[in-house]
Design a protein around this ligand. Structure first.
Ligand SMILES: [Zn+2]
Ligand SMILES: [Zn+2]
Length: 443
């Protein structure tokens, strides 16, 4: 029964859909191969992507052990010319990052490839997609953890000049993984995947709100892609912690489909709203003061509780007053990143003004509430799911003090032009005043 639910949602890969949103969606990846020893399919998969025989393989020292070396050996045995690039750790014990330096380092090492293959999770997948786009190569990914929703998407959140920036990339033609590989992945990665996918309710609501306020494009179908399998990881989160095969499979496909939704929408909006900005801000604070940050999805889970709490409080307001906030960034807080942050924030000023104007009209507030409410989940449900799954649900779980989390919460809206529930909270006067109390309540 549950297995067939996963088969049902998997039927979308490779389809062309004439959608009622007005677009024709060509769904990438074209194929997802999730089975035991999936890497044995690589020679065939790569041959279907190109007539050439030169493959560039990206991996790090960990993913080389898990599947990278086996994949390279297998491909060489099948007459592929393999250039395997081991992306080095930036420091002892630190994991590679997806930033402009690593990107340029890779470009200098790769020449004459016909197809790109990444073996790893977030960072390897992002670097591979980014490089494949720049070199115009077909791209394939072997996923080693159900850790984030970016596998299938056509963009990456790379750090450029110190700021998390959305960059065009190439979505994979084929994603492969094996149940045993995902089951054995470090649990912090799997728990990060859960945090990333739980963001969907608030990010979808943020997207819907942008559609309502500014007429931004919105695709209902992309938002509902994971509805069928969501209960498999959300209703009994312990099953994720116990790495039950169906829960892990559902989480993996849920993450892939969330990436598919981003590609369908041609924006990260379906999967990245205010909750993601909290996580990105924590990353940027780390680059400013050198304090380590946690994995993306683990921070996103915490950000999702915050965003869900903001939505609940705002939705309950009967007739709020809307006023544009200060509309300037905190240069003292951002220090050396101020100019970069300002360039991202500048386009939002117009959006803030027009949001106030739209929301102050007639029954606009009532209509907005009706549109976003069905998409939302209560913060307790998110918090409880993270807790029962053994994921990060306290500030200390992401190595962060409540004070630091509060600073991120109060500055997160400054880093992007995208309008989110955090901006709405500023427009109705909920933030910054209630920020400390919200952090204290939950963390
Ligand atoms: Zn994410
Ligand atoms: Zn659509």
């Amino acid at each position: 029964m549950n297995g067939s639910r996963i088969t049902n949602v998997g039927a979308i890969y490779g389809q062309t859909i004439e959608c009622d949103c007005g677009k024709v969606h060509h769904i990438e990846p074209r194929q997802v191969i999730y089975r035991d020893a999936a890497w044995t399919r690589l020679p065939v998969v790569l041959s279907e992507c190109t007539t050439g025989r030169r493959a560039v393989l990206l991996m790090d020292s960990r993913t080389r052990r898990v599947a990278g070396k086996a994949a390279a050996d297998l491909l060489r045995g099948a007459d592929w010319e393999v250039c395997d690039v081991l992306v080095p750790d930036p420091a002892a014990g630190a994991w590679p990052v997806c930033d402009d330096h690593t990107h340029d380092w890779l470009l200098r090492r790769i020449e004459g490839a016909d197809v790109g293959l990444s073996i790893g999770s977030g960072v390897m997948s992002d670097l591979g997609k980014w490089i494949a786009f720049d070199l115009d190569l077909p791209f394939v990914c072997f996923a080693t953890a159900a850790s984030m929703n970016g596998y299938a998407s056509a963009n990456v959140a790379a750090t450029i000049n110190g700021v998390k920036t959305l960059v065009r990339a190439r979505s994979p033609r084929v994603v492969l993984s094996a149940p045993a590989v995902l089951r054995e992945a470090p649990y912090e990665l799997t728990s990060a995947g859960l945090g990333d996918i739980l963001a969907k309710s608030v990010s979808s609501a943020d997207w819907r709100m942008n559609h309502f306020l500014f007429g931004d494009y919105y695709c209902r179908r992309s938002v509902s892609l994971v509805a069928e399998i969501e209960p498999l990881y959300m209703d009994r989160p312990e099953s994720v912690r116990q790495r039950e095969p169906e829960a892990i499979a559902a989480l993996f496909h849920g993450l892939l489909l969330t990436g598919v939704a981003m590609t369908m929408a041609e924006t990260s909006a379906p999967a990245s709203g205010g909750e993601h900005l909290v996580s990105h801000t924590l990353d940027m604070m780390s680059s400013l003061d050198g304090t380590p940050h946690d994995l993306h999805g683990r921070q996103v889970g915490i950000g999702t509780v915050l965003a869900a709490e903001l939505y609940r409080r705002i939705i309950n307001l009967e007739s709020p007053e809307f006023a544009p906030p200060a509309m300037k960034i905190d240069r003292e807080f951002w220090g050396g990143l101020s100019d970069a942050v300002e360039s991202h924030y500048a386009p939002k000023r117009e959006r803030l003004r027009s949001a106030v104007e739209v929301l102050s009209r007639g029954n606009a507030w009532e209509r907005l509430r009706q549109e976003v409410e069905p998409l939302l989940r209560p913060p307790e449900r998110i918090h409880n799911c993270l807790k029962r799954a053994g994921a990060a649900y306290r500030a200390e779980d992401i190595g962060c003090s409540p004070e630091r989390l509060l600073r991120a919460f109060l500055h997160a809206h400054e880093i992007r032009s995208r309008f989110t529930v955090i901006d709405l909270a500023h427009l109705v006067g909920l933030l910054p005043q209630a920020g400390a109390e919200i952090i204290e309540t939950w963390f």
